[in-house]
Design a protein around this ligand. Structure first.
Ligand code: SF4
Length: 276
C-alpha cells in the first residue's frame, strides 16, 4: 500500500511534468533568496563571456550561410510586410529614445540570464544551462535567430524566452501573447526543442509571470510554414504584402515605418492612375 510520502512524491513528480513553468519560477525565486551569497559582478561577467563564445560560433555560421536569405524567428508573429522589409535589408535609424528602450530590454535580458546561471550553480542537480543566447539557422525552414537560453530541467531540454512588457499589459496577461506563441513555434522548428518557457517581466516592478508551451505541429504547418513561404515568394517576385492598419503597437515601434509610408503613397498614386 502506498504511504502518504509515496503519494506526495508521485503528486510532485506529476506537477513537475505538467507545470514546468511553476517549477522554473519557484527555482528562480529560490535563487534570488540566495543571491547575497554570490558576487553579482562575477556572475554578469560569466554571462557576458558565455554570450561572447556563442557569438564566435555565430560568426562561423554566418560565413557559411551568408548567401541565403533567412527570416528572423523572433519576427514571425509580426506584420508580414515588416519581415519583407527586413529581408530586403531596409532599415531606418531608430531615435535615441527608441534605442534606450531597446537597450533597457537587452540589459534586462542579461540580468535574467545571470539569474539563470546562478540558478544552475545553486541547484546543479535540477537545472543546467546548455546555451546562453545561441544562434541557430534552419536551412530547412529558412529561419534563423537567437534564443535567450536553452536549459535542462530534470534532464528535459527547454527553450527559455524572456519578455519585458509594460505594467498594464502585464496585469492583463493570462496566457502567452499571440506573437510570442508563434515565435516560440519558430524557435521549436529551428532548434528541434519542443518545450518552451516564456518568462514575462513587468517593466514597472519586475514581477514575473511564466508560461509553458509545447510545440504544436498543426500551428507550424498551418500558420508558420505558409507565412514563411508567402514572404519568401514576395521577396523573390519583388511584391508587397499585407500590412497592419498603423494603430498597432508593432507599427509604433516599427523600424520600417518610413518605407511603409512610402509604400502607402505609391499604392495611393497607382490607384489614382488606375481611375484616370
Ligand atoms: S509600420 Fe506597421 S504596417 Fe508598416 S511595416 Fe511596420 S508594422 Fe507593418
Amino acid at each position: 500500500m502506498s504511504t502518504w510520502h509515496d503519494l506526495m512524491k508521485e503528486f510532485n513528480q506529476k506537477n513537475k511534468e505538467v507545470f514546468p513553468n511553476q517549477r522554473f519560477l519557484a527555482l528562480l525565486e529560490k535563487t534570488l533568496t540566495k543571491f547575497d551569497s554570490i558576487d553579482i559582478n562575477n556572475i554578469l561577467l560569466e554571462v557576458l563571456d558565455l554570450i561572447e563564445r556563442e557569438r564566435d560560433i555565430e560568426k562561423d555560421l554566418l560565413k557559411k550561410t551568408s548567401s541565403h536569405h533567412y527570416i528572423r524567428a523572433s519576427s514571425i508573429g509580426y506584420c508580414p510586410q515588416s519581415i519583407l522589409f527586413m529581408l530586403q535589408g531596409k532599415k531606418s535609424k531608430p531615435s535615441n529614445s527608441l534605442l534606450r528602450k531597446f537597450h533597457n530590454g537587452s540589459f534586462a535580458h542579461i540580468r535574467i540570464q545571470s539569474y539563470l546561471l546562478a540558478m544552475s550553480k545553486f541547484f546543479p542537480d535540477e537545472i543546467k544551462i546548455i546555451h546562453l543566447e545561441p544562434y541557430f539557422v534552419s536551412e530547412r525552414y529558412n529561419i534563423c535567430g537567437h534564443v535567450d537560453a536553452i536549459i535542462s530541467i530534470d534532464t528535459e531540454d527547454y527553450i527559455v524566452e524572456f519578455k519585458t512588457i509594460n505594467h498594464e499589459e502585464f496585469q492583463g496577461l493570462f496566457e502567452v501573447k499571440a506573437e510570442h506563441y508563434l515565435q516560440a513555434h519558430a524557435y521549436a522548428l529551428m532548434t528541434g526543442i519542443e518545450r518552451i518557457l516564456l518568462l514575462y517581466e513587468d517593466k514597472n516592478n519586475q514581477n514575473w509571470k511564466c508560461f509553458y508551451e509545447q510545440y504544436d505541429c498543426e500551428i507550424a504547418d498551418t500558420v508558420i510554414k505558409p507565412k514563411i513561404k508567402t514572404i519568401l515568394q514576395a521577396f523573390a517576385n519583388n511584391e508587397t504584402l499585407q500590412r497592419y492598419d498603423g494603430s498597432s503597437d508593432s507599427c509604433k515601434y516599427c523600424l520600417y515605418k518610413s518605407f511603409c509610408k512610402q509604400l502607402t503613397l505609391e499604392t495611393e498614386e497607382s490607384d489614382i492612375y488606375d481611375l484616370l
